[in-house]
Design a protein around this ligand. Structure first.
Ligand code: AHG
Ligand code: MN
Ligand code: MN
Ligand code: MN
Length: 354
């Protein structure tokens, strides 16, 4: 699997390997999603379709594809040889990948969900790579999985933290790199892959402070760079929120929704997969909201907030503070998020009296 001109976006060989491995993981997940419905067992116990009879740390029922996607991500990050640890929506504990580390992160092995043979190794040309950096990846291996059995767009989301080791004998817990004040500002790059009408990989790179998009060309199994520098429109016509919970929203949120309905220029779209709703917001403009604190900071809110902010938009919490300025005390911490085009977000802030 090839990803075009990745080296234009990153300078650290370890990060280039990691991004390429994550891209190949996304291809494996995209392929699995598109065949899960082809049930090879006739009695509905297909290898990848359906529920896994287990729940994650939030008590959410897990789909077999949640666990399969988790295993694919763990395998890819391990094979990149660039990570010291992982945080996954599907595993409660921090996954320490250092020699002798704790939980090795495998989930689906016992259910036989572990992925087939690994994808192509990332060849670093065999040259001895210089002093490389190491990273911690927080990921949502399958976002929107409650939709996955109905042909609706889903995706994977990840954020990358640099692990600044103090060298030999460093006994600090790498998680200290992640759980500290202004955690979001320590996200050194982030991305998502949306498995929809196309498989689109979008990465916000700190180095270039730009958002870049690749589209998978299935005929050549290559990610083609299709959007070299994404900017979110200053204003959009779409607001995106689950109005089924309107009775739980603040008066300010209700005011914003009412204003959108009364405006002749706004319309509503809500897929129910954050990755699809945010991808559309990034490209078409408008706003996306999840004010009830369901979404997880490290692997949903921060990566999407970085994407939108680098593309020229705004992402805030319910109190109006920048999402990326939030501190996070635990790896599965959740928070409220509102993100989108600058001008639409100004309208929102007026309604929220911020
Ligand atoms: P996940 O499938 O990773 O658990 O995430 C689901 C999230 C997110 O994708 C989406 O924005 C939100 O759940 C939708 O929640 P509601 O169904 O409550 O609207
Ligand atoms: Mn989930
Ligand atoms: Mn999710
Ligand atoms: Mn998920």
């Amino acid at each position: 699997m090839m990803i075009e001109r990745l080296e234009e976006e990153f300078s650290d060989p370890a990060l280039i390997r990691l991004m390429a491995k994550i891209a190949s993981a996304c291809t494996e997940i995209s392929d699995a999603i598109r065949v899960q419905a082809i049930d090879d067992s006739k009695d509905g116990s297909g290898n990848l379709s359906g529920r896994a009879e287990s729940t994650n740390v939030q008590g959410e029922e897990q789909m077999k594809l949640d666990i399969y996607s988790h295993d694919v991500f763990v395998k890819a990050c391990k094979e990149s040889n660039s990570c010291v640890g992982l945080i996954s929506e599907e595993v409660e504990e921090y996954i320490d990948l250092r020699e002798g580390g704790g939980e090795r992160g495998k989930r689906g092995e016992q259910e036989g969900l572990a992925p087939s043979s690994s994808s192509d190794q990332i060849h670093d040309g065999g040259q001895e790579l210089g002093e490389e950096k190491k990273y911690i990846v927080a990921f949502d291996p399958l976002d929107g999985s409650s939709n996955v059995a109905y042909g609706v767009s889903v995706g994977s989301i990840f954020s990358v933290f640099e692990y600044k080791t103090t060298g030999e004998g460093d006994t600090r817990n790498p998680i200290e790199e992640v759980l500290k004040p202004q955690t979001g500002r320590n996200v050194m790059c982030a991305g998502y892959c949306v498995y929809g009408s196309s498989t689109d990989l979008v990465i916000a790179t700190r180095k270039n402070t730009r958002v870049v998009g690749w589209t998978l060309d299935p005929s050549s199994n290559t990610y083609v760079k299709t959007r070299a520098d994404i900017s979110i429109p200053q204003r959009g016509k779409i607001y995106s929120i689950n109005e089924g919970y309107e009775h739980k929203f603040s008066e300010g949120m209700k005011r914003y929704i009412r204003d959108c309905k009364e405006s002749s220029s706004m319309t509503a779209r809500y897929v129910g997969s954050m990755v699809a709703d945010v991808h559309r917001t990034l490209l078409a403009g408008g706003t996306f909201h999840y004010p009830l604190g369901k979404l997880r900071m490290l692997y949903e809110c921060f990566p999407m907030a970085l994407m939108i902010e680098v593309a020229g938009g705004l992402s805030i919490s319910d109190t109006g503070s920048n999402t990326l300025d939030s501190a996070v005390e635990s790896i599965h911490e959740r928070g409220a998020i509102h993100l989108g085009s600058k001008e639409n977000m100004d309208d929102l802030k007026k309604c929220l009296r911020l």
